[in-house]
Ligand binder design. Structure first.
Ligand code: CA
Length: 417
């Protein structure tokens, strides 16, 4: 049965009482860890001020007063689970204690319109995987050989690279079109100037919550004990810069001019009812990557493109369940050689494309290398993002009348600086 909150939750909200995501909110000059129910943002620092976490016996309440969530999510998993369950209790319709404490409510509860959401964690390290077989196949077909679209390693390991964390920004941050080297004509020398092929990549990311020692590795079985939750991610990519620079070490400046995350970390506990099996893996993977049970999530993903002064155009519908390599396999592979991890590290899935052309998770694929432009509702066409286009990713799960979502991951492409 769905339990309701005494805070109003609009129909189709991503944030019912069963979600209780974690983020960092700014109200006036105050920055605080926060959660969200409906359109209400709840400052955890204010709840701590009024003693609402005292009964949890948390050693150090300073985790509720910091401007990033790194220390809060680094608490033992049993502790973060009890914080979330405690918040669900405090705000459930059957609980009056906080509801009748007008002073605490005034200090703690704000409408989302009064709040600015900040980057939820200080991201130490960032890895970008390449875990969608449909995406890797599409790219292989377009740029290499349709008969051998997947490279020989692809089905044996979750391919990834270490990315740049300093340029990961929160939803609502607008990004200037990058300039750089490109080589539009293979028979002529390279040129320098603004990228002409700015693209989105529809991705999900997860945040780790623990520290491991150099030399340690994490098994698939244990991996979720090290993961706090998931976010939406738009890994903006300049395809023309990427194409010229990526040999032989992979993407560099083409993917580090700005990447956008949604502000709310949705916990694995909230996503528990929405687990699904992963796609069958052929050939069988090495033992350290073997995964049983439901380790994928049925999260519907949508991308909208909005031209300046125009309406939103739905240009892609995909789903996290298509990922060939699940998050537990990604983390097991990340650490198998002995790389240590830390709370607040960020791991992106790679572009999540589905099997049909309307589910492709980038403009590169949707427009098939520029050969099939998208027509927007205002009649204009796109092969890649233009200046002042806004890209919006939304993601949510639905089952038995319960909807849990991530909110939005929004960015606008500004002209070159
Ligand atoms: Ca990517």
């Amino acid at each position: 049965m769905k339990i309701n909150s005494w805070i109003e939750v609009p129909e189709n909200s991503d944030f019912p009482l069963q979600n209780i995501p974690f983020g960092i909110a700014k109200v006036g000059q105050l920055i605080s860890p926060a959660t969200r129910i409906g359109d209400s943002v709840i400052l955890l620092s204010a709840l701590a001020d009024y003693g609402y976490f005292d009964e949890l016996n948390i050693d150090d309440l300073s985790v509720f007063y910091q401007d990033v969530l790194n220390d809060l999510i680094a608490l033992p998993k049993s502790c973060t689970i009890s914080i979330r369950e405690h918040l669900m209790n405090l705000f459930s319709a059957s609980c009056d204690e906080l509801k009748q404490d007008t002073e605490a409510c005034t200090q703690a509860i704000f409408n989302i319109n009064q709040v600015e959401m900040l980057l939820p964690v200080q991201i130490g390290d960032y890895t970008d995987f390449y875990s969608s077989i449909e995406h890797a196949t599409n790219v292989g077909v377009m740029f290499r050989d349709p008969a051998n679209a997947l490279l020989p390693n692809w089905r044996h390991l979750p391919v990834g690279y270490h990315g740049r964390s300093s340029s990961i920004a929160v939803s609502g941050t607008n990004i200037h079109r990058p300039k750089g080297q490109t080589r539009p004509d293979d028979n002529l020398p390279p040129v320098f100037g603004p990228s002409k092929q700015v693209d989105f990549e529809l991705e999900m990311g997860f945040i780790t919550s623990t520290s491991t020692n150099l030399g340690d590795s994490i098994s698939v079985e244990e991996a979720e004990n090290h993961i706090f939750g998931l976010l939406l991610f738009n890994d903006l990519s300049a395809r023309d810069i990427q194409r010229w620079e990526y040999v032989p070490l992979g993407p560099f400046l083409s993917k580090s001019f700005g990447s956008i995350v949604s502000p709310w970390i949705v916990t694995l506990e909230a996503l528990e009812p929405f687990r699904v099996e992963s796609p069958k893996q052929e050939p069988e993977v090495f033992e350290y990557l073997q995964s049983s049970g439901k380790r994928n999530f049925d999260i519907e993903l949508e991308v909208f493109l909005q031209a300046e002064n125009g309406s939103e155009n739905l240009i892609c519908k995909s789903n996290t369940k298509y990922l060939y390599w699940n998050i537990a396999q990604q983390l097991a592979h990340q650490t198998v050689a002995g790389c240590n991890i830390n709370p607040g590290d960020f791991y992106a899935s790679g572009t999540i494309s589905g099997p049909t052309p309307d589910s492709f998770g980038s403009m590169l694929e949707l427009c098939w290398k520029g050969t099939k432009p998208i027509t927007l509702s205002d009649g204009s066409q796109r092969k890649f993002a233009e200046d002042n286009d806004t890209l919006i990713i939304r993601g949510f799960t639905r089952k038995n009348g319960l909807r849990i979502g991530f909110g939005e991951c929004v960015t606008k492409i500004l002209p070159t600086k």
